[in-house]
Design a protein around this ligand. Sequence first.
Ligand code: HEM
Length: 506
Amino acid sequence: MRAMDIVLSYITVSVFVVFITFKLLSKGITNRRRNLPPSPPALPVIGHLHHLKQPLHRTLQNLSQNLGSVFSLRLGSRLVVVVSSSSVAEECFTKNDVVLANRPRLTIGKYFGYNYSTVSAAPYGDHWRNLRRLMALEIFSTNRLNHFLSIRQDEIKRLLHRLHQKSSNDFARVELKSKFSELTFNIVMRMIAGKRYYGDDLVECEEAKEFREVVSEAFKVGGLSNPYDFLPVLRWIDFKGFEKNLGKLHKRMDSRLQGLIDEHRRDKSKNTMIDHLLSLQESQPEYYTDSIIKGLMLVMILAGTDTSAVTMEWAMSLLVNHPEMLKKARAELDTYLGQDRFIDESDLSKLHYLQAIISETFRLCPAAPLLVPHISSDDCTIGGFNVPRDTILLVNSWAIHRDPKLWDDPTSFKPERFEGGEVEGHKLMPFGMGRRACPGAGLAQRVVGLALGSLIQCFEWERVDEELVDLTEGKGLTMPKAVPLEAMCKARDIMKKVLSEDVNDA
Ligand code: HEM
């Protein structure tokens, strides 16, 4: 009897293995016949979902080393094409720009994209175009950015004051991650609503706490490595209450944003983004609904705060690990600005080495390493392969920025490589390319440039000990550092000048 059982089990397992092998082979043959980009062997039902290990950009780079710079994955029911070559990325965002200008309808967009109506989640079309035009005029035009300059200057000075309090006499140990997050959050919230959310002089701490919690939760659940969007069965049963939780999270955020709109409706005296949008609502109430305004606010918060903060944290980490480059940057600032003039945004374009440091940070540590997912709205070809309609496209800018065919000694931090001037757009793409490229790039460059320049001009910086700062990446949408950055700083004489200028309220 036992022998019979063993034989039966053996036959069952063999049949299963033959079946799976046949399925995989026939799938491979079909893929080749259809000229789809190559893909690794897939498992039934889940396809390649088991490959999605964090950090995703590294996993996908490893796969590209075997499969080539254009390959495909089947994530449950969805086909995904991954591009890790600069010339193919350029093809995607020039020849195929329109066909790839759509976004996949991921569940997060239903809740945090106000039912796919925000600029980052909306399908390509008139509504998206209107929102981009509106943002370009009302938020990111040179006029508007100049109008908000005093907010950026004031928030950066407040950060310098806080650091100075600790380090006026000697080197002091400071944690920078949270300070950078608070800086960018305050800048964006003051542009939106004229309110600070972090600092000593706050009245509405609860509101600030709630915002911060909801934003960090939203970042945790977002992203492509979530199987929920790829296995319909998980959606039918609302696996682990995923949608229910998203709904609750969205409600909390929505009521905070609505509260801010209502405040501004009562008091129209301020000159913030909400006030401008409310005056547009008066003339076109059917288009500029409260939902559209809340969507714009939310996009600014989700896309515009963490991205700039992690970039600053990476830049400072790389600099304290390379003191000779920090010294060179300080020498540039001292030579250009003299001993008693404090840096301003208008100086940034002349500070070539500082700009080179920022470009090199974007190259090695892009805050959106896989950009934001796109989807094809029609059949197209990518890198000579056929790509059917409704295929998700991921561009691995992190891998492109480290491609040894494009960059000499690609994993080393060498700002000097950018000193010669501009680099071709498709080699360095931290903000993406084409129609869907980041509309906030100008604001981000100003904030990161002024903050970094001020920190280098006003303080000496050192590591906390002999050991290099750990540059491991943590989990998360915006490629955070696994270990928050701590460093030693000591105020320089120029801080006296900064202190003598008033911190003004905008
Ligand atoms: C260092 C800072 C930043 C980086 C690295 C960054 C990067 C990116 C990238 C890679 C994309 C996607 C491009 C694509 O789909 O191909 C994107 C989209 C976007 N970013 Fe940024 N971003 C930054 C800062 C900002 C800021 C400050 C704002 C606004 C306040 C912003 C708003 C947006 C919006 C609204 C989109 C969606 C555009 C669309 O779908 O049409 N970003 N960003």
